[in-house]
Structure formats: structure tokens, C-alpha cells
Design a binder for this molecule. Structure first.
Ligand SMILES: Cc1cc2nc3c(=O)[nH]c(=O)nc-3n(C[C@H](O)[C@H](O)[C@H](O)COP(=O)(O)OP(=O)(O)OC[C@H]3O[C@@H](n4cnc5c(N)ncnc54)[C@H](O)[C@@H]3O)c2cc1C
Length: 569
């Protein structure tokens, strides 16, 4: 099998991957590869809308301590506080760096970088570029990456496995979707930046491509995945598509209304109203719907309204142009004149590959960054605008660490054995046959239905058990997936089969972790254990792969500044 070699392999070209690749490439000795299963600029990060959180106005009263406290309280105390402090200190530097790299941040009338309100932040802290923040961040990073001749791009290349030997990294196996080639890339260092996996839910804000491949590969390679039971539901997914109506719509002053035209958040969090943290707003919405104050929607997607009309046409056009465009194109609604139908939509993975404060995984030579990683910044509930900031901060940290690491590794480690590569090639191309009885698309749909109905905003022991049984059944049916197309060029049937395999492994971890965690904390809300239980559950879940399902273990939370107290707003 043909093999290629690069010192540092960056797997993923979203905000985290691009930032990591730039930092790695600043070491002129480093030969860097960046791989993406889609064209680089089509990575899911281009969808990020509302903003990136950072302390930019200390003179106005914001501070690192305040940003850190908001994050810790928002996380329901499950975050590691040393990680949070490092994050808040590094984030403003990244905002200024992007400014130097050409991003058109929205400005105040006096020319300073503008900042807007986001849920759970007690200061207007989200820096933004209208409501297309992710697109402009990706563009600025992409332009900057062009300056480095030591970077090789592998666009539309699907990585199928991470190869390790003992406790060290060896390389990745790659299926080039455009040519059909299957090859090995040997490397000294790997940065996994493959994003989250909310496509296991049917009603979701995610891109179709966000199927958690890197997370699943890492898990199968033996890396522990952490706190996966904490999945964020964003309060304003457009009904029926699930497309995000950014939190900035509420940050700019939008109202949430029930079918009685009441701003119902008054009953739940009067001090924060619509800009309470996402877990709380999502629970309030589902309560309103369950108690009959929603509007009937298609396929059980009953909904509430977000009303922007009082903001006026000028503000909507200047600050939320994409939201207007999305509402008009997908729902034929103009938010200047009509409210928008919304309900909670699966949006973000707080959990991910277990990393330390420097982004290092337990396997030597492998780092992880962005949504695929879990450095325990977001704990049980992420605050809006903290994710893109995290991608930038740990993109930089991991790129830098990997660049320093490879400087000391003069030789490449030995390549993986040919037989192992042949096995992997067979696993990818011949495991599904044309005589199979199952459809990858139907299996994914069944999984999504199960996750939507049993593992949503509210959960119970019995809903999680039902979900686990269904996931196990789907896993048994998986090998019988039918793939008629025997070609290797853009075989999307085969790709769907591989992706659903990844989603099923991760869904099993989410449900097993949630079943074990008999408490309610942040986004994990169990009706049969409605209280937070710090005595038994102030700890992180680690899940290790075994062929029969995840083995769970636990590690302590790092508390440096704030002891857990009741989470009140
Ligand atoms: C609609 C929406 C709006 C959001 N808005 C905001 C916001 O305003 N502020 C904020 O802070 N956060 C926001 N978020 C969250 C934030 O956008 C994401 O968490 C973040 O962009 C994730 O970036 P990433 O670099 O980790 O991964 P991604 O951007 O998901 O990139 C993953 C990369 O990995 C590659 N990849 C995956 N699997 C494979 C494979 N098998 N082989 C090869 N390549 C692979 C993909 O091609 C892609 O390049 C939003 C999320 C959504 C869904």
C-alpha cells in the first residue's frame, strides 16, 4: 500500500483544525498535513453564527474572573477550573490575532470591536461578525494558512482509522473520496479536530457531515472519551428543519413567547429571561409545550415563538441578516413582520476525547482540540460563544505543542504492518455487501428517532434503558447493511454505512453514561433523579471501548477557585 509521510497530521479543518495547522506550520521545520472529509471551507464551523466570547472591555467592568465564574456556574460546576482560567486569559489574544489576520468584526460606533449579550454571560461578551461569525473566522484562518508553504491539503479525504502501537501514534488510514485511493499517512504527531456528533439526533442544528468520526475512531483506538452524556439542546431550532436561530437573536433583545403570547421565561428565570443558560431555557420550553402552551407542529414538533418584530427592520438587517434570510427561505416568514417557530434542537457535545490542559491525550503524539475534545471547559452545560473561542485557544495550544514535539522526534516511528493496513482496507470496502438486507439510511433514521424521543432535554432511567436496547439492536443489524455500489469514488452509500457505525458507538456511550449518572446536572436532566448530587456525582465520566460496550470509569473535577453552590440566576 502506498504510504505518505507528514510530521504533523491535523485531522479536521474547522476552526480548531485550521488554527492548529497555522500554529504548527509556524515551525518551518514542520511538514504539516490537514485532512478534511469535505472541502476545507465546507467544514461545519462555517455555520457558527452568533459570536465568540472573550473579555475585551476590562475598562467597562468585564474581567477574567467574571468570564470564568459565568463559565463555571453555567457548567453546573462540572468543569475543571484551571482549564477555565487558562481559557479566559487566552481568548482575547485570539480575537486580536484574528483582527490582524483580517476578520471584519462588527464594530461599535466609536470603532471598537462590538460585543453582544449571550445566554449565561453577565457581560456583553460575544465578539461577532454580524450573524456569520463562523464563516468569517474560517475565511480569516483559511487566508492565513495560505501563507505557509509547508502545509499539504487533503480535501474530501475520509480518515477511517487512527493507528497506534503500544502507547504511541503511527499514522492514519485515508480513503480519498475523489480518486478512490486508499492509503496510509505516517506521522509523528496527530491533532484530532473532527467536531461533534449531534447527527445522531433527528432534530438538530448540525451540518449533515457532523457524524463524530474522529471521536469514534479515537474511542476504538483505546482513547477514553469523557462526559459524553452531556449533550446541549439549543433553545431555538427552527421548526421543522432544526436550523439554528442564533442565540444572538435573544442577545439582541428577541422575546420567547408561548401560545398565550406570554414571555414565559418570566416564570422560570425572571432575572435573566431569554438570556438564561441554554439548558434552563430548553427545559422551560419543553415544560411550556408539555403543559399545553405550545403551538401544534408537524411530526410531533410542537413549538413556541421567537419574536424579533420589536427590534425593527434596521437592527434585524444589520445584526441578524442571516436569520432573516433563513426564516424567509426555509419557512417563508419575514421576522420583521412575523414571529419564528422554534423548539430545542440538539446542538453541541460538551463531552469528547479526554485531554489534559495542553490538549494532550493519554497516547503519546496525539492531541485533540475543538468540539471533538473534552478538556472539561464546558462541564455539564456550555455557555454560548465559548465554543468557537475554545477552538481558537486549543487549536493554538495543540498546534504549538505538536510543533515542539516533532522537533525532538528526528525519525518517523516504524510504519504500521502491511497486514494491518490490508485488514483496515477490507473493513472499509468489503464489510458491507450488495446482498445485505439493511439500509444505512433507515438505521440512521431509527437511531435518530430513538435519540430524539428517549435521550432528549428530559430523560429517565427507563427512557435511557429503552434507548440502550434499541442501540444494541441497531448495532447487531449494522453488518447486514446493503451497499450496491462497489466503486470507490464518492461511494456515498458506503460512507453512510461507516458514519452510522460511528454514530452508534457514540450513542451507546452517551446512553450508558447517562444511565449510570443518577442525578440532574446541566444538560443531563433526569426526571427520576431531579437533583444535582455533588456527594456521588461531582466527577467526570470516562468511557473506554470494549467489544461488548463501554467500560465506565470516573475521575475527579479540578476545583481551584469556586466550591460548588446552588446554581441560581
Ligand atoms: C448552527 C451552529 C451555530 C453555532 N454558532 C456558534 C457560535 O456562534 N459561537 C460558538 O462559540 N459556537 C457556535 N456553535 C458551535 C461551534 O460552531 C462548533 O462547536 C465548532 O465550530 C466546532 O468546530 P471544530 O473545529 O471543533 O469542528 P468542525 O467545524 O465540526 O470541523 C470538523 C472537521 O473534521 C473533519 N472530519 C470529520 N470527520 C472526518 C473524517 N472521518 N475524515 C476526515 N475529516 C473528518 C470535517 O471535514 C471538518 O473539517 C454553533 C454550532 C452550530 C451547529
Amino acid at each position: 500500500m502506498m504510504a505518505r509521510k507528514h510530521d504533523i497530521i491535523v485531522l479536521g479543518s474547522g476552526i480548531a483544525g485550521l488554527r492548529a495547522a497555522i500554529e504548527a506550520a509556524r515551525n518551518p521545520e514542520a511538514d504539516v498535513a490537514i485532512i478534511s472529509k469535505v472541502q476545507l471551507m465546507r467544514s461545519h464551523s462555517v455555520c457558527a453564527e452568533g459570536g465568540t466570547a472573550a473579555v475585551m472591555q476590562p475598562e467597562g467592568g468585564d474581567s477574567f474572573e467574571l468570564h470564568a465564574w459565568d463559565t463555571v456556574r453555567g457548567a453546573d460546576f462540572l468543569c475543571d477550573q484551571d482549564v477555565v482560567m487558562r481559557f479566559v486569559e487566552e481568548a482575547p489574544k485570539e480575537i486580536l490575532l484574528l483582527e490582524h489576520w483580517g476578520i471584519p468584526w462588527s464594530r461599535c460606533s466609536d470603532g471598537r470591536i462590538a460585543q453582544r449579550q449571550f445566554g449565561g454571560h453577565s457581560y456583553n461578551r460575544a465578539v461577532f461578525a454580524a450573524d456569520k461569525t463562523g464563516f468569517f473566522e474560517m475565511q480569516a484562518l483559511y487566508d492565513t494558512l495560505q501563507k505557509y508553504a509547508n502545509v499539504t491539503r487533503y480535501d474530501e479525504c475520509y480518515v477511517s482509522s487512527i493507528l497506534t502501537e503500544g502507547n504511541s501514534f503511527r499514522g492514519v488510514t485515508v480513503w480519498d473520496l475523489t480518486s478512490g485511493e486508499f492509503f496510509l499517512i505516517q506521522g509523528k504527531a496527530l491533532i484530532i479536530a473532527t467536531g461533534g456528533a449531534c447527527r445522531m439526533f433527528g432534530f438538530t442544528t448540525y451540518s449533515l457531515t457532523a457524524t463524530g468520526d474522529g471521536l469514534a475512531m479515537a474511542y476504538r483506538t483505546g482513547l477514553p472519551v469523557k462526559d459524553l452524556e452531556f449533550v446541549q439542546f439549543h433553545p431555538t431550532g427552527l421548526v421543522p428543519s432544526g436550523i439554528l436561530i442564533t442565540e444572538a437573536a435573544r442577545g439582541e433583545g428577541g422575546y420567547l413567547l408561548n401560545n398565550k403570547d406570554e414571555r414565559f421565561m418570566e416564570k422560570y428565570v425572571p432575572a435573566k429571561m431569554e438570556v438564561a443558560p441554554r439548558d434552563i431555557v430548553s427545559r422551560s420550553e419543553i415544560t411550556e409545550i408539555e403543559e399545553g402552551r405550545g403551538f401544534p407542529g408537524p411530526d410531533g414538533l410542537d413549538y413556541l415563538h421567537i419574536d424579533l418584530r420589536h427590534l425593527g427592520a434596521d437592527k434585524i438587517n444589520e445584526r441578524l441578516p442571516m436569520i432573516r434570510e433563513v426564516a424567509m427561505k426555509f419557512n417563508f416568514i419575514d421576522p420583521i413582520y412575523e414571529p419564528i417557530p422554534i423548539r430545542p434542537s440538539a446542538h453541541y457535545f460538551m463531552g469528547g476525547i479526554h485531554i489534559d490542559i495542553d490538549g494532550a491525550t493519554p497516547i503519546e503524539g496525539i492531541w485533540a482540540a475543538g468540539e471533538a475534545a473534552c478538556g472539561s471547559l464546558h462541564g455539564a452545560n456550555r455557555l454560548g460563544a465559548n465554543s468557537t473561542a475554545e477552538c481558537l485557544v486549543w487549536g493554538k495550544i495543540t498546534g504549538d505543542k505538536a510543533a515542539k514535539y516533532i522537533s525532538k522526534q528526528k525519525a518517523f516511528p516504524p510504519a504500521a504492518k502491511e497486514a494491518r493496513l490490508k485488514d483496515e482496507e477490507a473493513r472499509v470496502f468489503t464489510r458491507f455487501s450488495p446482498s445485505g438486507k439493511e439500509s444505512a439510511y433507515s438505521l440512521r433514521k431509527e437511531l435518530q428517532k430513538t435519540m430524539d424521543s428517549q435521550v432528549g432535554v428530559f430523560r429517565t432511567g427507563s427512557s435511557l434503558e429503552a434507548a440502550l436496547n434499541k442501540i444494541k439492536e441497531l448495532k447487531q443489524r449494522l453488518p447486514d447493511i446493503r451497499v450496491n455500489d462497489r466503486g470507490r469514488v464518492y461511494n456515498t452509500d458506503l460512507l453512510s454505512g461507516l458514519e452510522v457505525d460511528n454514530l452508534l458507538d457514540l450513542a451507546e456511550v452517551i446512553v450508558a453514561g447517562g444511565l449510570a449518572r443518577t442525578e440532574s446536572r446541566g444538560a443531563h436532566s433526569r426526571r427520576d433523579s431531579p437533583k444535582r448530587d455533588d456527594v456521588n456525582w461531582l466527577k467526570h465520566t470516562l468511557a473506554y471501548y470494549t467489544p461488548t460496550g463501554p467500560r465506565l470509569d470516573y475521575i475527579p473535577v479540578t476545583i481551584t477557585m469556586w466550591q460548588p453552590v446552588e446554581r441560581k440566576y
